[in-house]
Design a protein around this ligand. Structure first.
Ligand SMILES: Cc1cc2nc3c(=O)[nH]c(=O)nc-3n(C[C@H](O)[C@H](O)[C@H](O)COP(=O)(O)OP(=O)(O)OC[C@H]3O[C@@H](n4cnc5c(N)ncnc54)[C@H](O)[C@@H]3O)c2cc1C
Ligand code: SF4
Ligand code: SF4
Ligand code: SF4
Length: 405
C-alpha cells in the first residue's frame, strides 16, 4: 500500500489512485494545496499495484534525444496563441487528422486547470498555452486506456512526471499512444493560483486569464487577463504589484510542489516520444526566424515521435538545434531541478492569512543587484555561466533533499 512519508517522493501523478482495483485511494489536497494519495485502509487488499505503478518508485525506461529542431508553425494566429512556436497545436492536429484524441491541460470556467480530451481543432485551442499551475488529472488515465482499447490513436501531453505516471499505469506496449512532455520548471500550487484569480476578480472583475500572453512580445510573455471594462492587464506592463504576484511567485520559486525541487524526471533522456521547450536563442540558429513571436524547441526520442514530427514538416518552419548548445543557452531545466526560495515554506504557510498585497510586499519585491547582474553578464560572455548554474542547482538540490529527510 502506498504511503507518503516524504513529500519529495510524490509528484501527484495519480497513477496509484487510478490503478487501485478497490478504488480506495483518493487524491486529497495538503495545506499547501497539492494533491497526495490517501488510502482508505479498511478497503485495501494489499495487492501492491499502487506501488508498482508509481513512476518515482519504478522509473520508466528512457531514450536519448535522437534529433532536435527549432519549430515555428506557419499559422501566425496559432503561434500568437501558443506559449512558444505552436509545435503542440501543429503536432496535435496531425493526430486529429488520423481520427485520434489529444489530452492536455485547459482552464475550466472557474479557471481551475484540468486535463481533458480534444477531438476537434476547436477543442484543441483551450489546450494551447502553458498554465503554470499543477493540472488536475482526474480519471484521464483510464479515459486514455479506453480510447486505446477502442483502437483510437492518442496523444497525451503533460509534465514529465504525468507522462511517466500514465506510461506506468498503462504498463507498456501501446503502439497507438504518443506521449509528449516539456522542459519543466516545476508546477505551482493550485491554491496560490486560486488566491490570485479570486483577488484579481475582486479588484478588476478579471476574466479570460492566460499565462503566456504575447501582447507585448514573446520575450515578455506573462500572465494577463481582461478587466471588467475590457482592458488588458498584463503582468509585464502593469503598474500594480498585485498583478505581478503570480509570475513572481512562480519564477521566484515560492510556489512549486516539493517534488519539483528534487525532480526524479530530469535528464536529456526521456520516457516520452517528444519533448518540447522554449527556444529563446533561435537567433543563434536562424537569425531570420528571430522575430520575438516564439519558437518551440522540439526533441525527438523515438521513431514514433520522429514520424509524427516529419508528418508536420509542411506546416512549420524548422531549423536543426544542437542539444548541448541548447542546454547551455536555454535548457538548464531539462537536466537540473530548480532550487526553492529559502522563504518558500513560510510564504505558503502565510497564504491563508495574508492578502496578495501583503505577500507581494513581504516576499516578492524585486531588488536589483547591479554588481550581480554585471558579474552574470561577464560570466555569460566568457561561456562559463551555465556551468556555474548547473553546479549551483545540483548543490542546492542535494542540500534540499537532505534537509527533508
Ligand atoms: C508548468 C510548466 C512549466 C514549464 N517549464 C518550462 C521551462 O522551464 N523551460 C522551457 O523551455 N519550457 C517550459 N515549459 C514549456 C513551455 O512553456 C511550452 O509549453 C513549450 O515550449 C511548448 O510550446 P508550444 O507553443 O509548442 O505549445 P503550447 O501551446 O504552449 O502547448 C502547451 C502544452 O502543454 C500542456 N500544458 C499546459 N499547461 C500544463 C500543465 N499545467 N500541466 C500539464 N500540461 C500542461 C498543454 O495541454 C499543451 O499541450 C513549461 C510548461 C509548463 C506547463
Ligand atoms: S495495495 Fe492494492 S488495494 Fe491497497 S491501496 Fe494499493 S492498489 Fe489499492
Ligand atoms: S508519484 Fe504518483 S503514483 Fe507515486 S505516490 Fe504520488 S501520485 Fe501515487
Ligand atoms: S518539475 Fe518534475 S516533479 Fe515537478 S511537475 Fe515537473 S516533472 Fe513533475
Amino acid at each position: 500500500m502506498i504511503t507518503i512519508e516524504n513529500k519529495l517522493q510524490c509528484c501527484g501523478c495519480t497513477a496509484c489512485a487510478q490503478k487501485c482495483p478497490k478504488h480506495c485511494i483518493t487524491m486529497a489536497p495538503d495545506a499547501e494545496g497539492f494533491l497526495y494519495p490517501v488510502v482508505e485502509e479498511q478497503s485495501c487488499v494489499d495487492c501492491g499495484l499502487c506501488e508498482r505503478v508509481c513512476p518515482i518508485q519504478n522509473p520508466c525506461d528512457r531514450a536519448a534525444v535522437a534529433q532536435a529542431f527549432g519549430i515555428q508553425t506557419r499559422d501566425e494566429q496559432i503561434r500568437q496563441n501558443s506559449s512558444a512556436g505552436g509545435a503542440f497545436y501543429t503536432l496535435a492536429s496531425k493526430i486529429l487528422e488520423e481520427q485520434g484524441v489529444v489530452f492536455g491541460a485547459a482552464m475550466d470556467e472557474q479557471f481551475v486547470v484540468r486535463h481533458r480530451a480534444a477531438q476537434t481543432r476547436e477543442e484543441l485551442l483551450p489546450l494551447c498555452m502553458s498554465k503554470y499551475v499543477q493540472s488536475e488529472l482526474g480519471d484521464t488515465f483510464s479515459q486514455v486506456r479506453a480510447y486505446l482499447k477502442n483502437g483510437r490513436k492518442v496523444l497525451f501531453v503533460g509534465t514529465p512526471c504525468q507522462c511517466e505516471g500514465l506510461l506506468r499505469y498503462l504498463g507498456g506496449g501501446e503502439e497507438n499512444l504518443v506521449t509528449m512532455d516539456f522542459l519543466c520548471h516545476g508546477v505551482p500550487s493550485p491554491k496560490v493560483w486560486k488566491k490570485y484569480v479570486d483577488a484579481m476578480k475582486e479588484k478588476y472583475g478579471a476574466n479570460a486569464f492566460r499565462f503566456r500572453s504575447k501582447a507585448v512580445g514573446y520575450r515578455k510573455s506573462a500572465v494577463a487577463f481582461e478587466t471588467a471594462d475590457g482592458r488588458l492587464e498584463h503582468a509585464e506592463t502593469s503598474e500594480d504589484e498585485d498583478v505581478r504576484f503570480m509570475p513572481r511567485a512562480f519564477y521566484g520559486l515560492f510556489s512549486s510542489r516539493p517534488s519539483c525541487h528534487a525532480c526524479a524526471f530530469k535528464g536529456k533522456a526521456r520516457a516520452t516520444d517528444i519533448t518540447l521547450g522554449d527556444l529563446w536563442h533561435i537567433g543563434r540558429y536562424a537569425p531570420d526566424m528571430d522575430d520575438d513571436k516564439g519558437t518551440t524547441f522540439v526533441a525527438v526520442h523515438t521513431d514514433k515521435g520522429r514520424q509524427l514530427l516529419e508528418s508536420a514538416f509542411d506546416s512549420v518552419r524548422r531549423v536543426p538545434v544542437d542539444v548541448e548548445a541548447y542546454l547551455k543557452d536555454d535548457g538548464v531545466n531539462m537536466i537540473c531541478s530548480m532550487t526553492p526560495n529559502p522563504k518558500r515554506d513560510e510564504f505558503l504557510r502565510n497564504l491563508e492569512t495574508m492578502t496578495i498585497s501583503e505577500l507581494s510586499q513581504t516576499y516578492l519585491r524585486q531588488k536589483q543587484n547591479p554588481v550581480k547582474n554585471l558579474a552574470k553578464r561577464i560570466l555569460g560572455a566568457v561561456g562559463v555561466l551555465h556551468l556555474i548554474q548547473r553546479a549551483k542547482y545540483r548543490f542546492h538540490t542535494r542540500r534540499y533533499v537532505n534537509s527533508q529527510k
